[in-house]
Design a protein around this ligand. Structure first.
Ligand code: ATP
Ligand code: MG
Length: 438
């Protein structure tokens, strides 16, 4: 403990020194009889306690105290006023200026030791607290650094995750598009080969017609007829003509599938506009969707309609129609996959549920296995065989409803059937707004 004793009277310095050295453990003393030297001594030595006389020639103790406290570095030094004055105003002034304690002169040894000891303890505790505070500050900085690193890592992981799903989607798209593109290309090659056969037959017919035109007289053309028939046979024209239609149909289907995937992806990326968001009657959209799917479903399931009285909703008719079609086709495909004897059952209901207008489509098909339930809305998740399902239907439907501020829910029990619940928020609109929307 470094203690600086400041007093203009040497006698006081000596007494203070003797008592301190004898009673305060580990103390190092600096004695000073000139108040002007205090600031220099503080700067040169690491002082813990200052014992400061008040009345001194030149600068008095209160002034020295003010100078000490004006330096932030010395704010924790214990300053004890060492004084013969007893008036309260002087004490008040000292405490107001940052004194920690006072010791009266003439010295009472017991009081002197007790107060010095208390100052030493306070100083020790202050230093300990300071050290702890510094340690905590270091730890806080370390923590900040670690947090920042964690944030960076998290950001990196999220980016990586995004890239991974982007990669997955790209791989899925490539896989899905590859197949139709493959048969479209092979169909085009076949069509090209067929075309050259048709050309050959065609030119044979043209030659024949020219021959007939040149010869005005009727003559036996059976030879030419035989020749033509031979050409047709060689070029397999019957087969070619028969094949043309299905090839074109298949090619169209392939192109449609690619277009569907591309459209779905656009939907997935949500680049759609809000242009089509207008007031619609969900019951009407249901009717139209069922009309479109009728052909596909009629030999597989009976459809029971239970359309309730529901308010109009603001939605994109085309997109909601797409959702309904996807869900109905899924139900029909699920029932079909069971290869059951009779027809299955699909129930399409509409009703109002508080703020929502709901369309519930239930089937008594095979249901969805519990382990798949969490994945059916993932893009490219399908249990259908390669080439027959893209696995995009429900993910698109989910995206569409999310864009509408609605919900797409599923309830299913394996072996019993499945219900998809399509919820659209119904907003109460004033007549005036209705006019605007119309
Ligand atoms: N009604 C249902 N009953 C049983 N399983 C269903 C039903 N609806 C959907 N699923 C399951 O959810 C999967 C994902 O459906 P989704 O509509 O997204 O794709 P998909 O029908 O396989 O292909 P896509 O719709 O692109 O032709 C289906 O493969 C099927 O396993
Ligand atoms: Mg589907």
């Amino acid at each position: 403990m470094r203690i600086l004793v400041v007093d203009d009277e040497k006698f006081n310095l000596v007494i203070a020194r003797d008592i301190i050295e004898a009673n305060i453990a580990n103390s190092k003393l600096i004695l000073c009889n000139s108040p002007e030297a205090v600031m220099d001594l503080l700067a040169q030595n690491d002082i813990d306690i200052v014992l400061l006389d008040i009345i001194m020639p030149g600068i008095d103790g209160v002034e020295v105290l003010k100078r000490i406290r004006s330096n932030n570095e010395y704010k924790d030094i214990q300053v004890i006023m060492f004084t013969g004055v007893t008036d309260k105003e002087s004490f008040k002034l000292c405490f107001e200026n940052g004194a920690n304690d006072y010791i009266s002169k003439p010295i009472d040894i017991t009081e002197f030791i007790a107060r010095m000891q208390a100052a030493a303890n306070t100083r020790k505790n202050t230093l300990m607290l300071k050290e702890m505070f510094n340690k905590m500050a270091d730890q806080y900085n370390e923590l900040q650094e670690v947090t920042q690193k964690l944030k960076n890592t998290q950001f990196y992981l999220i980016q990586k995750e995004k890239l991974a799903s982007l990669g997955e989607i790209a791989a899925g798209v490539a896989h899905e598009i590859n197949n139709p593109i493959g048969f479209v290309r092979s169909n085009l090659e076949t069509l090209e080969a067929y075309l050259s056969r048709i050309k050959i037959s065609f030119s044979a017919y043209r030659n024949f017609i020219e021959l007939v035109a040149d010869q005005n007289i009727v003559q036996d053309l059976s030879h030419e007829k035989l020749q033509l028939e031979e050409t047709e046979k060689q070029q397999k024209i019957d087969i070619v003509l028969e094949d043309l239609e299905p090839i074109i149909k298949e090619t169209q289907d392939g192109v449609d599938r690619v277009a569907k995937i591309v459209r779905s992806l656009r939907n997935f990326a949500r680049t759609g506009t809000d242009d089509e968001m207008v007031m619609n009657d969900l019951n009407q959209i249901v009717e139209e969707a069922l009309l479109i799917t009728r052909n596909e479903v009629k030999y597989i399931a009976n459809i029971a309609k239970k359309l309730g009285e529901i308010p109009t909703v603001i939605c994109d008719k085309g997109q909601i129609g797409q959702v309904l079609i996807n869900v109905v086709i899924n139900a029909s495909q699920a029932i079909k996959a069971q290869n059951r004897e009779g027809l299955g059952n699909i129930i399409v209901e509409t009703y109002q549920d508080n703020d929502y207008v709901v369309c519930k489509i239930s089937d008594d098909g095979p249901g969805i296995k519990a382990e798949y339930l969490g994945r059916i809305f993932d893009p490219f998740f399908t249990t259908k065989e390669v080439g027959s399902g893209t696995g995009l239907g429900l993910s698109i439907a989910y995206g569409i409803l999310k864009d509408h501020g609605g919900e797409l829910l599923v309830e299913s029990e394996s072996g019993k059937g499945t219900s998809f619940i399509i919820k659209l928020r119904h907003i109460l609109v004033s007549e005036e707004r209705l006019e605007v929307i119309r």
